[in-house]
Design a protein around this ligand. Structure first.
Ligand SMILES: Nc1ncnc2c1ncn2[C@@H]1O[C@H](COP(=O)(O)OP(=O)(O)O)[C@@H](O)[C@H]1O
Ligand SMILES: [Mg+2]
Length: 405
């Protein structure tokens, strides 16, 4: 045991399981997730592990949650493990049945991440022998293209909104398109302080409070760290500025999406080096594919892990003969996601200062943003630690994602 708490979850709803798992992984717990009680029992038997906490649904196929908890209680290995039951309705009858079965606490399936964190911590701290919960750092996803007009900003804005919606977690959009960043405009926000004010800051660190004063909250659930307001202020943001804000920003938001714009500048390079994934938008035309090819080559020269570079085909125009498969062939790299064409709503979104995801939530384009968010937040490193022998249960994180991280 490496000092991390391990939490076992049993929940047959794919989306609830996905959400709980993502929240708990981000908080630094090890998670073993199962969609059937029998699978969880098999895992307990074969792994010989004793989780520090069990979270179980009530209504599940094969065996209900009460029976599952009774079995947990009757097994010496798990008899003392705290159990939280997930309820859809807070019916007293259900609670009584849960308590009789041996549950310690109840939470609603629609629990907020903050409440989940508190409840989980409360039960875990009854078990004092483990070290304190490890604090995981934020995930930083950077969107960068060497060519303008391919949807870098559109993807950054909407990916941030998609993550915030999917995980109900604060997501910060960091506008690093330094000369003429458009994120504030796209969100109809009016920055007061920007990173340009840190230009003469002495080396060292800045207070979270100062950084907070620059960050603007948006109704979609994201917050924005805006770029300098004026074109000529772009140069005031340097690698030193990135060094200053990197750590405090992670204290403020567990997920950060960077619009790194179209210029290969020193501060942008320092973000590309440190971030968890680089999304390279490609419009389906040859110049854009060439720009992506050049970007990939530069990343390789910089020693950036190729697996964290994720080309995304964004259909900024219709009916191109340059299909994603051909682009992948040209780049010698798989395409991570494809964003369908929707010019009308994209332009309306920009003109109204509303994110596309909010304006047109049900289109295939919005679904593509959500799918990207799902794949990016299913943290591969954490999944690897899970030694579950069964087939993966989270279908949402399907296919080739594993190869990238
Ligand atoms: N999937 C898409 N379908 C249609 N138009 C798009 C799409 N993505 C982006 N656009 C349009 O492309 C233009 C450039 O987008 P933008 O995000 O500003 O690119 P960049 O930041 O790379 O310069 C905008 O007019 C935007 O509406
Ligand atoms: Mg842009």
């Amino acid at each position: 045991m490496n000092g991390k708490y391990q939490i076992l979850i049993v929940e047959d709803s794919e989306i609830t399981l996905y959400k709980l798992k993502a929240i708990l992984l981000r908080l630094g717990y090890e998670v073993s997730a199962h969609d059937r009680p029998q699978n969880a029992l098999d895992w307990l038997n074969t792994s010989h592990k004793t989780p520090d906490l069990i979270i179980s649904d009530v209504m599940m196929p094969g065996m209900d949650g009460y029976t599952f908890v009774k079995m947990i209680r009757s097994n010496a290995q798990t008899a003392k493990v705290p159990v939280i039951m997930l309820t859809s309705q807070t019916d007293l009858k259900d609670k009584v049945a849960g308590l009789e079965a041996g549950a310690d606490d109840f939470i609603s399936k629609t629990v907020s991440p903050d409440e989940l964190e508190l409840r989980v911590k409360a039960l875990l701290t009854r078990n004092q022998e483990k070290s304190s919960i490890s604090q995981s750092s934020s995930k930083v996803f950077t969107v960068f293209s060497l060519r303008g007009g391919v949807g870098t900003t559109s993807i950054a804005v909407n990916l941030a909104v998609a993550i915030a919606e999917l995980l109900e977690i604060k997501t910060c959009l960091w506008d690093m398109a330094l000369s003429g960043g458009q994120c504030a405009l796209m969100l109809n926000l009016k920055p007061k302080n920007t990173l340009a004010s840190l230009a003469d800051w002495p080396e060292g660190s800045i207070e979270e409070g100062l950084l907070s004063s620059m960050i603007l909250d948006h109704a979609s659930g994201i917050s924005l760290l805006p770029s300098p307001q004026f074109f000529e202020e772009g140069d005031l943001v340097t690698r030193a500025t990135v060094d200053l804000v990197w750590t405090p920003l992670q204290m403020l938001a567990p997920y950060i999406v960077v619009d790194a714009g179209n210029h290969f500048t020193d501060p942008v390079i320092s973000i590309l080096e440190r971030c968890d994934a680089i999304i390279v938008p490609i419009a389906p035309e040859l110049a854009s594919v060439n720009a992506a090819y050049q970007a990939l080559r530069l990343f390789e020269e910089m020693g950036i892990d190729r697996r964290k570079v994720l080309p995304v085909v964004n259909e900024t125009f219709q009916k191109s003969s340059l299909i994603p498969a051909k682009i992948a062939e040209g780049l010698k790299k798989e395409i991570f996601a494809e964003i369908p064409y929707d010019n009308v709503n994209m332009v309306r979104a920009i003109n109204q200062g509303t994110p596309y995801m909010t304006l047109a939530p049900r289109t295939s384009t919005s679904q593509a943003f959500t799918k990207m968010a799902q794949r990016l937040t299913a943290v591969r490193k954490e999944l690897e630690k899970e030694e579950s022998p069964e087939k993966p249960i989270i279908k949402l994180t399907d296919n080739k994602f594993q190869r990238y991280f």
